[in-house]
Structures are given as C-alpha cells and as structure tokens.
Design a protein around this ligand. Structure first.
Ligand code: FAD
Ligand code: 2HG
Ligand code: ZN
Length: 491
C-alpha cells in the first residue's frame, strides 16, 4: 500500500511542504551525515527507501527527509522547529511494527532514534536498567545477560526493534505471562514533546504515588504525543535453568487442558506457553525446509518454557508434567530441549512464523484478544467464510493461500493471519468488518499488542466506547495541539 491505496486519507493541507530552508536548519542541528535527504537537495548519503517502507513491505510513504538526532537536545530543537513551522513527523525505531505506524503516510519527516543507543546505567541490586530509546532490544538483553539479568520483554524482532519502539507500542511478546506488561515494568520515561519541552520522568523507583502517572500515557501511544528518548525499566534476575517442551495435540480443547495443567504443575517456573496451529508449522517446514520437531502431524502444537533457579528441581517438575500430559493423552507427542541450541531450534518453530507467512505475497494480520475458551474459533469461522466465498485454494486462481492462527495462549492473544498471493478487495470485504464484529461480540480487543497505527485506526470503536475515544482525543490535543505527531494514525 502507498498513500494512494487509502483514498479516504488525504494529505492535510495544514502541513507545510519541506523546503531547502528547512533542510538547512535541520542540517545545522544534527549535522549533514545525520540527515538523509532525497528530493530537496541531491546529497542523499543513504537509501531513503528503507525508512519509507515498513517491515512487511505493505506500507510506503514518501518522506524526503530522515533525521537521526544524537541526543535529546537535538531532538528538542528539531521538534520545536517542526511545531513552529507545521512540519509533520513520524517517530521511528527499528521499523519492525506491524500496523503501518512507523512509516510516513505522505511526506512526514522521519525521526529515527538509532543514534541514541547507549545504556545509561544498571543497578545490579535493584535490577533497574536505564537506557536510551534507540538501544536494540537484543543488545539490551545481551548486556543484562552478562549481569545475570533479563529484559522483561522478548519478541521475534528483537534483533532490530528498539526499546523505545517497544515501549511506544506497549509490545507484549513471548514472556508477558511471566514478567507482565511494560505498563508494570517501565518505571520512568524521558521524552520530548512536540513543542520541544523535555519531559524528565526518568524515575528509578518501584513505588511512587505522587500524582497522575503520566509516563503511562507514552506507553502504547505509538509516537502520537511525543518522542521517547530513554526509559528506566525493572529487570528480573536471569534464570539459570531453562527448559523448553514442544507438543502435538489433537484439539484446541486439549491445548486448554494442557495450559491449565501447566499452570498448576509448573506454577512458578512456567515462563511461556505459546500456541501454534498445524498449518503454521507446515508452512515453516515448507519455507525453511527444516525437519519438523515431531514425527507425526497434529492440528495443534504448543511450546512450553520453564525458567527457574534449580536445574534438578525444574527437570523433576517438568518430567512429572510430561508424564502426566502424555499418560492422560492431553498431548499426543512431545519433545524436550535443555541446551541452548536445542532450545533456540524449538523456539524457531514459533518465532519464525511471521517471517514465513509473507513468503507467497501479502498477509492480512489480526492481533486479537479473545476470551480463551473461544480463542481459536475465529480462525475456523474466518476460514469457513473465505472458503465458502471460493477465495481459498491451491494455485494462482485463488487469492488466499490459507487461514492460520497462533499466538500467546497464556495472554489469550491470538494472531489470526491470512497469507495471500496478492492483496484483493474481495478478500478484504469478506474480512472487514467481519473479524472486528466477531471480536466485539465477545468483548475482545481488535489490537492486543501491535497497536493501532494506520491499519486499526478506523476500527478503534469496536473496542473503545465513545467516551473513551473522546478522552483519548482530549489527551492527544493537550500534548500535540497542532497535530504534527504521527498524523493520520491512531486517533
Ligand atoms: P517501530 O516499528 O519503528 O515503531 C512502532 C511505533 O512506535 C510507530 O508508531 C512509531 O512511530 C513509534 N515509535 C517508535 N519509536 C518511538 C519512540 N522512541 N518514541 C515514540 N514513538 C516511537 N509485537 C509484539 O507486541 N509482540 C510480539 O511478539 C511481536 N513479535 C514480532 C515479530 C516480528 C518478526 C516482527 C517483525 C514484529 C513483531 N512485533 C511484535 C511487532 C512490534 O510492535 C515491534 O516489533 C516492536 O515493538 C516495535 O519496535 P520498533 O523499534 O521496531 O518500532
Ligand atoms: C508474534 O507473536 C508477533 O509472533 C507477530 O506478535 C504476530 O505476525 C503476527 O501476526
Ligand atoms: Zn505476538
């Protein structure tokens, strides 16, 4: 999609168009090497295209300018100038977001945080890390690993996403079940507001009841009220003993039983419980060519991870759990990994799904919160609906390759994905608003963890009532009265 694919979104004429004078100002602030320019002057130092298109290659904007400030003072000058001159901006971290929020819709200036990438401090007693927003998640976690701690968030895009982007999207990921959401773990935030004000709320206290907790507004705001420049975050001690089991199951009822049993028997050492349907696993096999972890084929799979402090104790617990779920036929087959290589290999069958889904063309993605007992029904209902319409099948005549589901079972968060050979209006019409209505009927959420971006903005009323939307708009107007921050998205 480019902005032309959204005829309903028009470039807002209140925003100024970039001029050579603007560019000269910005170059004076960040230096020529930190301003990637295309179209205004001819000295583009880096390909601007990668900043204009998103991870899925689904959304593409037309920015002519990418700025990479090195510190909050530079950023403050940039934003104040943009605000004074009505120049729209898009904050950008690792550009791994899945809702089209991190790239421009039209010609908004991209402000990329990659140069603000220093760890500021770590306290091994409290476990509190303070780091710049542009630190890549995996780098933060490796830094913590050397100090026997763990970042409380992990996700498949860890090698490219930034912790500022993670906080801005309130990313959930693979271990939310164990460590909780960023709303609980983030203790403080430093940010720059559109008028250039530097907000220093980089508190490193676990407890602080001294008025409205304003940092929470930035968590999940997707760059619509300000740009996060640093975060302080509570990190747990890293577990010494990690084990992963991968199971094949005959039905979603059995997956639920397995989850209940895991919570009961593995209790405090359970650190992840992930769901994959058989179709996703076949797709990973087909695209990567890797041998499947289990001999037989099953309609459902789950990945269970334990993290504890005592290897013998954990192994005993896990062994007991395995014996129980096999004897009672809750699971039909399983395999266990207890060294790092095997563990990573099993995780790749879960973490690698997003990547392989895009293999044949485009993907329609829905990131849903649904009451757990009905979590998988949306996949069957959607598949039936598209099949009845003659849209799913093998071969080029059919736009839809398959309808698959996977996700964070422990968080009742399902990723409904419809991989396609091409984007097709007939498919879109069958999917929307069907999926959103389905979710609304069950009081679910149309965006569990990826955010609203440009894709979910028109549908927010399926999960938020009028009063809530009005309050959200008031917040937006208070922080960004001129509306320059990530326009056309979120609200
Ligand atoms: P970007 O994509 O650059 O930006 C995302 C949004 O945040 C945009 O609206 C942008 O304007 C804003 N933003 C970025 N940085 C800042 C900042 N410093 N201040 C203010 N606003 C900012 N998400 C999950 O929740 N769970 C998962 O398990 C998960 N797995 C993924 C796996 C893969 C393979 C991929 C590609 C994505 C996955 N995601 C997942 C999506 C997730 O949103 C992003 O990976 C991540 O949180 C975004 O970080 P980023 O630095 O790439 O941000
Ligand atoms: C995951 O859990 C991510 O793997 C991505 O949130 C989900 O691609 C998706 O739909
Ligand atoms: Zn996810």
């Amino acid at each position: 999609f480019t902005s032309e694919s959204y005829p309903e979104i028009k470039r807002d004429p209140k925003f100024a168009k970039l001029t050579e004078e603007h560019v000269n100002y910005f170059k004076g602030v960040v230096g020529s090497e930190s301003a990637i320019i295309d179209g205004v002057t001819k000295d583009a130092s880096e390909d601007i295209e990668s900043f204009n298109s998103d991870w899925m290659r689904k959304f593409r904007g037309h920015t002519q300018l990418v700025l990479k400030p090195s510190n909050k003072e530079e950023l403050s000058k940039i934003l104040k100038y943009c605000n004074d001159n009505m120049l729209a901006v898009v904050p950008q971290g690792g550009n791994s977001g899945l809702v089209g929020g991190s790239v421009p819709v039209f010609d908004e200036i991209v402000i990329n945080l990659q140069k603000m990438n220093k760890i500021r401090s770590f306290d091994p007693v409290s476990g509190i890390l303070v780091a710049d927003a542009g630190v890549i998640l995996e780098n933060a976690d490796n830094y913590l690993a050397e100090r026997n701690h763990i970042f409380p968030l992990d996700l498949g895009a860890k090698g490219s996403c930034q912790i500022g982007g993670n906080v801005a999207t309130n990313a959930g990921g693979l271990r939310l079940l164990r460590y909780g959401s960023l709303h609980g773990n983030v203790l403080g935030i430093e940010a720059v507001l559109p008028d250039g004000t530097i907000v220093n709320d980089l508190c490193t206290l676990r407890k602080n009841n001294t008025g409205y907790d304003l940092k929470q507004l930035f968590i999940g705001a997707e760059g619509t009220i300000g740009i996060i420049t640093a975060v302080s975050i509570q990190c747990a001690a890293r577990s010494q003993a990690v084990n992963v089991a991968y199971f094949g199951l005959e039905s979603f009822e059995k997956v639920q039983e397995a989850y209940r049993t895991a919570k009961g028997q593995l209790a405090e050492i359970l650190s992840a419980f992930e769901l994959m349907d058989g179709r996703t696993q076949k797709l990973v096999h087909k695209v990567t060519g890797k041998k499947m972890p289990l001999e037989g084929e099953y309609p459902f799979y789950c990945l269970v991870e334990t993290s504890g402090s005592n290897t013998d104790h954990d192994a005993e617990k896990l062994q007991g759990f395995l014996e129980h779920v096999m004897e009672t036929e809750i699971v039909l087959d399983g395999t266990l990994a207890d060294n790092q290589t095997q563990i990573q290999e099993l995780w790749s069958w879960r973490e690698g799904i997003t990547e392989v889904l895009g293999h044949e063309g485009g993907v329609y993605k829905y990131d849903l919160s649904i009451p757990i007992s009905e979590l998988y029904d949306i996949v069957n209902d959607t598949r039936d609906r598209l099949t009845e319409a003659g849209l799913v099948g093998d071969g080029p005549d059919y736009p839809v390759v398959d309808v698959v589901g996977y996700g964070h079972m422990g968080d009742a968060n399902l990723h409904l994905n419809i991989p396609t050979r091409r984007f097709d209006k007939a498919v879109e019409k069958k999917l929307e608003p069907f999926v959103y209505e389905w979710v609304q009927k069950r009081n679910g959420s149309i965006s569990a963890e990826h955010g609203l971006g440009v894709t979910k903005k028109p549908y927010v009323s399926y999960s938020k009532n009028e009063t809530m939307i009005r309050l959200m708009k008031q917040i937006k107007d208070l922080y960004d009265p001129k509306g320059i921050m990530n326009p056309y998205k979120y609200i």
